[in-house]
Design a protein around this ligand. Structure first.
Ligand code: P6P
Length: 349
């Protein structure tokens, strides 16, 4: 007779909570919850599984390379960028909870009408596949999403309705397609990470209540742009490179060229990611609405900090869908020190 209390198969997946179980549990704890937000998260997770499937075989079917299009960013659009965009739009349209999509891969916001009206009450802004130029060399990439509620009284889902400050997000998350595929998200009640088990096609709760270390010893920045950094940042870079046992310096440089991957490592291990204003990107390179804001929501929920060097990212007033911002994000103590150098409150001793 098998004792089902102790017997365990090789993988005993039953001991993990699935994303769907987690979402429903959280929904039941929210009064007056209709389930619409839970269904929206489910729709996003379905698209993530499909993109993951496409990604894992990109080398086997002709989805490497370029579409021949130039996207709104003026960058050559990768086939996987276009595929990921299509999968997320399709999943959100099918789910019916979303009334407007803003995507890095589409110049204008995309109104979603269900049954002839825009019945959904959520706005989703996303970077369908960040870092996609890394796919062809098998380096991890990611999806980033940000969720807002259609403002009270808004009669239709317009771009203006989407241009809300990051502090008004009701959800944010990312998917990192790495050595394993993980979905990490927050709804303002902490940060939780789910690892995809492809053998059963479920995201399983592997990283409950993620807290990011107050400090760290890794910094992620493209030092190829050093000569165009502002003075305070140049001093900060020299400071992190100086030997000092008390603070564990010199710090290590870890720059993958894929924001989601650099962010995820820093979230778990401690560190700072910096994409400042540079000569070629005077406003910075990262996008406020669907890169900086969602990751700022997540990092603050995990105990970290995100600023543009002077202003908290979540407090910035958006002007347009694709606007860029300088970004300093990660462990609170590391961002604080960087800001002191930027603001001239600190100097090299
Ligand atoms: P650079 C990818 O294109 C991206 O948006 C981020 O994922 C990454 O951190 C950054 O740009 C890399 O930019 O200028 O250092 O190549």
């Amino acid at each position: 007779m098998i004792d089902t209390n102790t017997a365990s198969t090789g993988n005993d997946l039953g001991r993990f909570k699935t994303l769907e179980q987690f979402i429903i549990e959280r929904q039941e704890s929210l009064p007056h919850s209709t389930g619409a937000f839970s269904r929206l998260l489910r729709d996003i997770s379905v698209a993530a599984k499909i993109v993951n499937h496409d990604m894992r075989r990109a080398g086997l079917v002709d989805i490497y390379g370029n579409t021949g299009e130039i996207n709104v960013q003026g960058e050559v659009q990768k086939k996987m960028d276009a595929l990921a965009h299509k999968e997320f739009v399709r999943a959100l349209k099918r789910g019916g909870e979303c009334c407007l999509i803003g995507s890095e891969e589409h110049a204008e916001a995309i109104p979603i009408r269900t049954n002839g009206d825009s019945s959904g009450k959520y706005i989703v802004l996303l970077d369908p596949l960040d870092g996609s130029s890394n796919i062809e060399v098998n380096v991890s990439v990611g999806t980033i999403f940000s969720i807002y509620r259609l403002p009270e009284g808004a009669t239709e889902a317009t771009l203006e309705a989407a241009l809300q400050p990051g502090v008004d997000q009701i959800g944010a998350g990312y998917v990192v397609y790495g050595s394993s595929t993980m979905l990490v998200y927050t709804t303002g009640h902490g940060v939780n990470g789910f690892t995809l088990d492809p053998s059963i096609g479920e995201f399983l709760l592997s990283h409950p209540n993620i807290r990011t270390p107050k400090t760290g010893k890794m910094y992620a920045i493209n030092e190829g742009n050093y000569n165009s950094f502002e003075r305070g940042l140049k001093k900060y870079i020299k400071w992190v490179q100086r030997k000092d046992e008390a603070t564990g310096r010199p710090y290590k440089t870890r720059y993958i060229g894929s924001f989601v991957s650099d962010f995820h490592r820093n979230l778990l291990k401690g560190g700072i990611y910096i994409y400042p204003a540079t000569e070629s990107s005077p406003e910075g390179k990262l996008r406020l609405m669907y890169e900086a804001n969602p990751m700022a929501f997540i990092v603050e929920q995990a105990g970290g900090v995100a600023t543009d060097g002077r202003t908290p990212i979540l407090r910035k007033k958006p002007r347009e869908l694709h606007q860029r911002t300088p970004l300093y994000i990660g462990s609170a103590e590391m961002v604080r020190v960087a800001e002191e150098f930027l603001q001239g409150k600190r100097d090299l001793d």
